[in-house]
Ligand binder design. Sequence first.
Ligand code: NAP
Ligand code: MG
Length: 494
Amino acid sequence: MHNNNSLSESITALQGALFINGQFRQGAGPRLPVENPATGEVLGHIASATAQEIEEAVSAAHHAFAAWSRELPKTRASALHRLGDLISADALNMAQIMTAEQGKPVNEAKGEVLKLAEACHFYAEEATRVHGEIVPNDQPGFQSLVVREPIGVVAAITPWNYPAELVGWKLCASLAAGCTIVIKPAELTPYTALAIAQKCLEAGIPAGVVNVLTGQGSQVGQALVEHPQVSKVAFTGSSAVGLHIQRTCPQVKRLSLELGGNCPMVVTASADLDAAVKGAARRSFRNCGQICIAINRIYVHRSIYPAFLSKLGAAADALSVHNGLEHPAADLGAMASAEPLNKTRAHLEDALAKGARLIAGGKAPEGAEYANGHFMRPTVVADCTHQMLVMSEETFGPLVGVAPFDDLAEAIALANDTPYGLASYAYARDLTEIHTLSAGLDYGNVAINNVDAGIMNAPYGGRKQSGVGYEHGREGLLEYFNFKHVRLHHGVGN
Ligand code: NAP
Ligand code: MG
């Protein structure tokens, strides 16, 4: 059970706060409410950053870059280790803040906070292992050094589904590389980002290296995209907003865009059926399906289709849905807002109207606990076709569509029949099927016989309309560097 007093104290301390140049201050702009999606209560207000505050934050980051980029990698690594330690020491408190604004159950939120701490330590280690190359020349007496230099000021713009990790990956990579950063978190989940800023302050990260501005994406986020002193935009969010950023960015600058998905799962006749069902239930419904790599649609070999459906229906029905602060161990909490809930309902209605069969869920859980929040039971629909939105668009809710297939080439073609290319999943035991799937699925991530497509040590990114650039791994860190080629004539051997 959470401690209401300490949670409300933590959130009270963050009311109307902006973090600029190493200090928390009250924003001068209009206030925007932040709601608890499980109860509809207003948790507090954030400040909409003004043009002057945006200018001050970018300018602070710009000035701090000169010294931070020249610190020894070892020094930046120590700062990141301290940050990771402070975050893990306060994980429960930070998790409760996240649950209050986002809805996911506290235990799951705590897992996310601990993974952010892990990211701090991972990037701290990587920071000291960034090196260049000496490359051969076409004349004697010359040497070419290819060195890496941090890009400059990064604007991080993030969504509400993973309020700690999606801020954290950009923050950790920036700090490790020697970049400075201005973070604009989602309007729905600003307090987690401000709580991370508090940890940066406690960790002794120099003033101006990290800044957090709250407010609306179309104003504060857009102003950062347009700011000439911002050298890179690291964006995670919808494909529509990502494309808008790419189109409206008025200068040439680096962009990394981690965008939407519409992720398929293929279950072949050789699959371990129970493992496939377990994976499907986890990756379709965790965080209420509000995951860019959530399973949106499942193709099952016709020979096991009825068995798969009845097992997945039972697995969905067995999941618990609760207020995630009151029930830290619940499987699902509230959805983050009315918007993804309404979209989920619209996809469900569309599927049923076009002939899909309801296998599980389909409505909100019943009872007073759910009356004022954005809740929905995990929902499975069968006999789906690509004419249905549940198969053709990202639902971003606890709804999954299932369809049968007869041969593997057909399943792969269906899986690839989308403008998105973020993550895909397959369950199979036949080695030829496994190789055919891993080669044939046109996605940045392919998880086979598991549903955890991302690990900290491997590059994570989308293709097609799911984005450009990578996070995680060495590749994720290298996104924060420019190359410099130094061609030196030393004359030795001339
Ligand atoms: P969103 O509407 O695109 O918003 C993302 C962020 O962009 C928010 O901070 C938003 O601010 C801001 N924003 C909105 N308009 C902007 C503009 N004109 N200029 C600059 N910033 C702007 O996405 P969402 O609804 O929060 O998140 C869900 C989406 O994120 C899904 O499509 C999901 O697949 C995707 N996602 C992708 C990944 C990945 O790794 N590929 C991971 C997680 C989520 P406000 O909150 O103030 O509107
Ligand atoms: Mg949005």
